[in-house]
Design a protein around this ligand. Structure first.
Ligand SMILES: Nc1ncnc2c1ncn2[C@@H]1O[C@H](COP(=O)(O)OP(=O)(O)OP(=O)(O)O)[C@@H](O)[C@H]1O
Length: 324
């Protein structure tokens, strides 16, 4: 059974005096058990709302079906919430208490043993600093303590909402390493929400991409990349602008390659939606353009993400013509 199943779930925020905002629009999401499932989407695409709905922190519009660890949400939440650990916002800890004491207090409330506190400190690599005061921790250490707190109850599902937000590069690296380790332990399924493509690409096995409150792509990371890559080819010829005109004239859509800084590189032509690369080779040869190079474009997740979300602009989804 998947850890998370959502089918046709919508959520509209209604604010007094404001336009209703449709944050989730008939969302379908399946998170299979095990490993790290990346939940990727631009700001405002509905990631946090999805997590809040899953945890019963906000109510959906009442349509569709939500199941968490195979129990219906919200009715069955009390049965399964003990098996879910979540880091949704920066957790509150006592600044003058040590990391260890903070965890021990939480463990007592949750009926968790002190041994487990030590295990969790070990998992997040904070044992050496466990007796230091929380307020002296770096942001990355604070975040790792938050993850340790979410792990206390040995959850089957760990939900992390943008855990790298605000961290410096070293903090990001440590949190990334930790998530990787957790995904490999075989007991925990990690649902990792992020707008940072590199983060998802480096740690997730599966990814669901959200745009405007809908899931627009889902599957193993390499398959999502391959699907986005399969129809683009990169072409190098001595006279790119004349060749681009020929290719466009034959009905193909082209765009320039990109330099690492994101600026256009017109020495490379990217031809989109190519079923057979041989068609491009023949077309160019017929017009006297001899190929120096033709390769399938293999975008990183960032390009795939942009291509996939291009048709799904985000920034909230006000419902036209309606008043709150
Ligand atoms: N409490 C709220 N009241 C009204 N609108 C809201 C509320 N919370 C979120 N929204 C709107 O719902 C949409 C989805 O927001 P949400 O926070 O779920 O997206 P997100 O993908 O998590 O974005 P971010 O990465 O910026 O947190 C946005 O348009 C947002 O402005």
């Amino acid at each position: 059974m998947p850890a998370v199943q959502m089918a046709g779930v919508s959520k509209t925020y209604r604010r007094r005096g404001g336009m209703p905002q449709k944050a989730l629009d008939s969302l379908d999401l399946v998170v299979e058990n095990g490993g790290v499932h990346g939940f990727l989407g631009p700001n405002g695409s509905g990631k946090t709302t999805t997590i809040r709905v899953l945890l019963g922190l906000v109510a959906s519009d009442g349509d569709g079906e939500i199941r968490l660890l195979d129990r219906p949400v919200p009715a069955g939440l009390p049965e399964v919430i003990g098996g879910v650990g979540a880091l949704v916002e920066t957790p509150l800890f006592f600044p003058n208490f040590s990391g260890r004491l903070n965890l021990q207090l939480l463990a007592e409330t949750a009926g968790v043993s002190r041994n487990r506190v030590e295990e969790c400190l070990e998992i997040v690599d904070l044992r050496d600093r466990a007796d230091d005061r929380f307020k002296g921790y770096s942001l990355g250490m604070k975040q790792r303590l938050g993850i340790a707190a979410a792990l206390l109850k040995s959850p089957r599902l760990l939900i992390l909402d943008e855990p790298s937000n605000g961290l410096d590069p070293a903090g990001i690296r440590d949190v990334r390493e930790l998530i990787r380790r957790l995904g490999r332990d075989g007991r925990t399924t990690v649902l990792l929400s992020s707008h940072l493509l590199a983060e998802i690409q480096q740690v997730a096995d599966h990814v669901s991409i959200l745009a405007r409150g809908r899931c627009v792509a889902s599957g193993p990371v390499h398959e999502v990349l391959a699907a986005a890559a399969s129809s683009d080819v990169r072409v190098r010829v001595p006279d790119p602008s004349a060749a681009a005109a020929v290719i466009t004239g034959a009905g193909f859509r082209v765009s320039p390659g990109t330099f690492p800084d994101g600026s256009p590189d017109w020495s490379v032509i990217v031809v989109h939606a190519v079923t057979s690369p041989a068609d491009i080779t023949r077309l160019l040869a017929e017009h006297g353009h001899w190929l120096e190079e033709l390769t399938r474009a293999t975008p990183d997740l960032e390009s795939a993400f942009l291509a996939i979300t291009q048709d799904h602009p985000t920034a909230g989804n006000p419902i036209p013509g309606s008043a709150a």
